[in-house]
Design a protein around this ligand. Structure first.
Ligand code: FE2
Length: 292
């Protein structure tokens, strides 16, 4: 397969039987034109405002894009119900100063903008998105996290192949990813890449908090990923939906163009969400779905 299943977003917002069959078969579905580019621009403007207001202080928190989580870092581990900012590995020079403007230095922000910020809330909760979530079969969706992935020019780091259910584990598995292109994404600026169909081989690793309170990755299945990654080059406004078991990765961004994206992860609230998952939310921030 050299192209992921890709469709124009249907005008009635309903996923066709063909789209749903493709999603089941490949574990990923690309919907072009899902979001009006003006809405993407509005969200990016809000991101820029929040970044401008963020004071990194003396020590910037760097996100390990290869490991997906910053193990042992309370600033990261307590961010599940907050809005926090994480720098790229190469953001600072050897004297600790940012090499590029703050907005071009961040790896990501997360993980509860959708519940804490009104602009993010209205981008994340639309009738169209609620319909897609219903069509792919999430009976009682709860948006467990939101992230802005900056993939900034020149220093945007590589993300190694992984499955999101490793980090957002439920019993039974129910994590679904919703990836929105806030800017055009190509191989040159580090677009997403998926291994279609590999979700059928199950979850290979699970991260959990041990009795010593440390997060660790446990290997469930050490066999190699079946298949090869297929790029998801995407224009602004494209939505990519993918199963929490679909392996994916993205290359570094050495180009002069950023590749900013917004992601939501939903789980089915009927499933059990373990207390040893890294992401825990305060009871004051109950899990909500896609309807406002
Ligand atoms: Fe991921």
């Amino acid at each position: 397969m050299d192209r992921l299943p890709t469709y124009q977003t249907p005008s009635d917002g309903r996923l066709s039987a063909e789209m749903l069959a493709d999603y089941d078969e490949h574990g990923v579905l690309v919907l072009e034109g899902f979001v009006d580019p003006r809405e993407c621009t509005r969200l990016k403007e809000r991101v820029a405002e929040l970044v401008e207001a963020f004071d990194p202080g003396e020590v910037g928190h760097i996100f390990s894009a290869t490991e997906q989580t910053q193990l042992g870092d309370a600033y990261f581990e307590e961010s599940g119900d907050k809005v926090r900012f994480f720098f790229e590995h190469d953001a600072f020079d050897d004297r600790g100063r940012l090499r590029q403007p703050k907005l071009d230095s961040l790896n990501k922000m997360g993980h509860a903008m959708h519940d804490l910020d009104s602009v993010f809330d209205s981008f994340s909760r639309t009738p169209a998105l609620a319909q897609v979530a219903a069509d792919i079969g999430i009976a009682e969706p709860g948006i467990i996290q939101s992230m802005v992935i900056f993939k900034p020019p020149r220093i945007g780091g590589e993300v190694q192949c992984h499955q999101d259910s490793t980090y957002i584990f439920t019993e039974p598995l129910s994590c679904i990813g919703f990836w929105f292109a806030l800017e055009d994404a190509s191989l040159e600026n580090g677009c997403m890449q998926f291994i279609p169909g590999a979700h059928k081989f199950g979850l290979k690793k699970r991260q959990r908090r041990g009795e010593d309170d440390k997060l660790r990755l446990e290997t469930i299945d050490s066999t190699p990923w079946p298949g090869t990654p297929v790029p998801a080059e995407a224009k602004i406004g494209t939505l990519v939906i993918f199963d929490g078991c679909t392996p994916h990765l993205s290359g570094p961004n050495f180009s002069s163009r950023s590749r900013c994206a917004y992601t939501l992860h939903a789980i089915d609230r009927r499933c059990q969400y373990p207390a040893d998952n890294w992401l825990q939310r305060s009871a004051e921030l109950p899990l909500r779905g896609f309807t406002s």
